[in-house]
Design a protein around this ligand. Sequence first.
Ligand SMILES: Nc1ncnc2c1ncn2[C@@H]1O[C@H](COP(=O)(O)OP(=O)(O)O)[C@@H](O)[C@H]1O
Ligand SMILES: [Mg+2]
Length: 166
Amino acid sequence: MIELKNICKSFILGGEEVKALDNVNFSVKKGEFVSIIGPSGSGKSTLMNILGLLDVADKGEYILDGTVIKNAKDNVLSEIRNKKIGFIFQNFNLLSKLNAVENVQVPLMYRGVQHEKSKKIAYEYLEKVGLKGREKHLPTQLSGGQQQRVAIARALARKARNNFGR
Ligand SMILES: Nc1ncnc2c1ncn2[C@@H]1O[C@H](COP(=O)(O)OP(=O)(O)O)[C@@H](O)[C@H]1O
Ligand SMILES: [Mg+2]
């Protein structure tokens, strides 16, 4: 569950204030799929950065699964991000030196899932997205669509945690 209350975010550029977000209010319930649409410059990326805990609002309240995100330190934000948020970036942001399995393993390893377990989960999720047989390929050896599916597997695999004891 995501809840935003009166979220404001401004940028100061050359002494001038740019109001990127001006009192944004909305909520997203569990299981809901939501798109954010709007013209270029309307604040979509700024909002996504705040939702994804990559940036913090100047004003207002952001409640993520009951946790009020406020003045949290970077390391706390990183931990919540690792547990709760799966990103699929426009350019996929796969790590170029790591193969498909290793890319999917990264967020799992960061949260302490043991190597063999995370590998098993990664293979399973790559199969789910139709990439069986491509596990050892580097991003450059995959098509754009395949790279995107690795990113999707990486985003989904985080959830596997509970089924694997950690
Ligand atoms: N780091 C920044 N510094 C100054 N202004 C910014 C910065 N990031 C975004 N803005 C301004 O905030 C507004 C919203 O930007 P953004 O969230 O990137 O829009 P969108 O993603 O909807 O195109 C724009 O006017 C943009 O110029
Ligand atoms: Mg944008």
